[in-house]
Design a binder for this molecule. Structure first.
Ligand code: CP
Length: 316
């Protein structure tokens, strides 16, 4: 694997899942592999899980890990041919190449701006780093995709599913802030690689790009969608069509115990962070069928698989 930007970078998904199971059972088996290797993690946006789990994954492989916040005070230019006489201090051409002198792998978190769909969906920041860095790039959530989260979600479903072809429902849920589509897009992209029965439910106007919903059933009635589901995955996203807009904050879309009772005793999933009693009721979060903590724990496992594959494919 050269980079980890989307599921398309993965040549053997089954093997990735096998490695995740092995690493979960024995996270320190390859502690010597990362000796004298360094990972730099660049955060243009905040993170709790991605930052700590990727750092832990690197440490479990014996790597040195250097996280850096770029949200404030370090403006990078990404356009070609710009006259850089405004606020941008450095071009990505130099920054990516220089960081490659210090790092064997670079992780990047860069959220969507949610103002200009064309710009966001070009995923310019991550693509420019791929172009100019001379070491592998890991997507720690870009404007469009969050593959480390989605790999984790797939691994978690595979670990808990009770039938070969579970019914998995991605449900939109309300949120007071305008959020990117990246988690939902990426989840669907990874689900497209399975033969699960995939249903997406959301209010009218929250349709995701058909690139990601292809192969899924769209059901505008949330209660119908929940019927006989084996996994409920809740997530808010802002409108793709009316780009970045909040079209509804209807609390009727919150995931509740009553709605979970329509399912086939489904597991509840969310990538976190989550707004309790807005996205999901306390009772669902704290129910024994809630997998949210398991998912968060698995983030370190799947990040370790990805780092192994990027750096040591010939060994593992
Ligand atoms: N799920 C996730 O990516 O969490 P963070 O934003 O805390 O990294």
């Amino acid at each position: 694997m050269e980079n980890f930007i989307s599921v398309e970078d993965v040549s053997d998904l089954k093997n990735l899942l096998v490695r995740a199971k092995a690493i979960k059972a024995n996270p320190f088996e390859n502690l010597a592999l990362g000796k004298n290797k360094t990972m730099v993690l660049l955060f243009f946006n905040p993170s709790l899980r991605t930052r700590l789990s990727t750092q832990k994954a690197g440490l479990n492989l014996g790597m040195n890990v250097i996280p850096m916040n770029l949200a404030e005070g370090w403006g990078l230019e990404f356009e070609d041919g710009t006259v850089m006489n405004l606020d941008k201090a450095e071009h990505v051409k130099e920054a990516a190449t220089v960081i490659s002198q210090y790092a064997d792998i670079i992780g990047i978190r860069t959220f969507a701006g949610l103002k200009d769909r064309r710009l966001d969906y070009a995923d310019q920041v991550i693509k420019q780093f791929v172009k100019y860095a001379t070491v592998p790039i890991v997507n720690l959530e870009s404007a469009v995709l969050h593959p480390l989260q989605s790999f984790t979600d797939l691994f978690t479903i595979e670990s808990f599913k009770k039938k070969e072809r579970p019914k998995v429902v991605l449900t939109w849920a309300p949120h007071p802030k305008s959020l990117p589509q990246a988690v939902a897009n990426s989840f669907l992209e990874w689900m497209q690689k399975t033969d699960y029965e995939m249903v997406v439910t959301h209010p009218q106007g929250y349709e995701l790009s058909t690139e990601f919903t292809s192969g899924s059933t769209i059901e505008y009635d949330q209660q119908k969608a929940f019927a006989n589901a084996d996994f409920i995955y809740a997530k808010n996203w802002s409108s793709y069509e009316k780009y970045g807009k909040i079209l509804s904050t209807n609390s009727n879309w919150m995931v509740t115990e009553e709605k979970m009772s329509l399912t086939n005793d489904a597991y509840f999933m969310h990538c976190l962070p989550v707004r309790r009693n807005v996205v999901v009721a306390d009772a669902v979060m704290e129910d024994k069928k809630s997998l949210v903590i398991e998912q968060a724990g698995n983030r370190a496992v799947t990040a370790q698989v990805v780092l192994e594959k990027l750096l040591f494919d010939e060994v593992v």
